[in-house]
Design a protein around this ligand. Sequence first.
Ligand code: X8Z
Ligand code: ZN
Length: 605
Amino acid sequence: MNKTSLALIISALLLGCQQQTEEKQIAEPKVAVVSIDDAKKYVANAEKSLEADYEIVGKAYWIQANFVTDDTSAVAAKFGEESTKKSVALALGTKQFKDLELDYDTRRKLDALKSGLVLPAPSDDAKTAELSKITSNLDATYAKGCTAEGECFVLGDLSKVMADSDDPEEMLEAWTNWRKISPQMRDSYQRMVEIANEGSKQLGYADTGALWRSKYDMPADEFALDMDRVWGQVKPLYDSLQCHVRAKLNEKYGDEVVSLTQPIPAHLLGNMWAQSWENIYEEVAPKSDTPAIDVTKRLEIKGYDEKAMVRTAENFFTSLGFKPLPDTFWTKSLFTKPRDRDVQCHASAWDLSTTDYRIKMCINKTGEDFSVIHHELGHNFYQRAYNLKQDFLYRNSANDGFHEAIGDTIALSITPKYLKEIGLIEEEPDASGDLPFLMKKAMAGVSFLPFGLLVDKWRWGVFSGEIPTEQYNKAWWDLREKYQGIKAPIERTEADFDPGAKYHVPGNTPYSRYFLARILQFQFHRELCKIAGNEGPLHRCSIYGNKKAGAKLISMLEMGASKPWQDALEAMTGQREMDATAIIDYFAPLKVWLDEQNKERQCGW
Ligand code: X8Z
Ligand code: ZN
């Protein structure tokens, strides 16, 4: 049916009633007719208007993140406020076109406008300003790392203790100290949830969690089910790893510290959030004459500084056919933690215009950060690919999991063979090195899976009210126990706000994306390796230097958000679904080995 002439009744009650006669008041309400053409114009104007602000708003945030003070926070909050106001108005305005039958692009762009916000404010100036101040302050509180009483901690230093120490008391102290910065966030977090929910409802979503789940080209509830489906695929692999790691930690620290039937205490896994365990690889390593390569040590031996690490990562991308990053990337990025000011050290990648790309990262010269650099550059190369090809509202990834997956996909190609090619190691280990290699990768990547899933399970619960305020912290630890099989090392109460000690919670970055990415990157890797003609096992494949694989990747990145993610996935892999068989295949030899180790053990918690 052609709906060109469909009339939409908008705000009939608000239209000039006072001047109307009695007779007119009971006559037909005034109608505003919107046409297909209006919808197209609306989209075109929205793109123009949003694009006009993009760079300056981005710069206000960039300055805040690189120079955290009350003043820069205030400026960022003001820009954020104005930009939210505009985006909310544009999102609400899409409602008038909801019954029109529109061409594909106009409809898709209207949907992007409607669901694009992460934390929508309601149309209320005071609440918009309040929300913006809260989010800006939460971000700054995390960056500064100070308690409400003014005692300050450096996350990088505490993380180093978590990574290097094997003294449980010392690790517990670092663990506890970092969590002293977050109780002060609790009240404002709660207020933020309240305001954002009001904004989400106004846009037609049940709550902010429902808005977040609506961004995946499928019904929101189906998305949540799909996450659980994929988790079901990988859970046996995670459980085997958890069981082996617990047994090894029990051998090291004894029953008093690590019980063989309980979840693992969260301070012993080498990471502040127990989200990634590669720093305790040595504790759990398979015995082999060929140990896993210690990239940290190799970087040191070869004299790599931070910039050289970034150059090396860039070189991987250019070897695939990507153009080098612009000069301004090198002059404007932040690679090292400044000594004289607070910065938001959590790594991020930025596009401030179609020619301005940067990362901000307090790089440590470690193998772990070498991977993170590839992760960040993946964002930059993705941004540039779609920025140069797509209209403003399509300048985004197919879904947010894709954005997080690209650099990680490249990092999967950091194999011993590749490290030899770039001269970081002299000799490539033989096949006896495979198991240690896979174990190290699993400690970094498989360990992460349940954490990637649960952070937003917690937030979805908070936004929906299923997790009441008085159970914020309990619900967090319930999820940590249930999914990760880890527990708080000391008693926690509702005076604590442990979710706030994880960057993405005060930073309001949705987290399901990292779970998706952890699955997708193996799907991408499998396909790119096929294109590159790899015939060996997936974990030994590196696509370094392969222009054909690069071209395939680039063509998907250039699609941006112009098509549903299922189309982008299909264009790249031939599959339309997230599929964990790729990650399962990759780690298959390790799974066999883990199950052998666990044979006599009682797994589970
Ligand atoms: O936040 C990040 C990136 C920036 S998008 C460094 N990641 C998650 C985290 O650190 O918690 C990457 C893996 C998961
Ligand atoms: Zn990222």
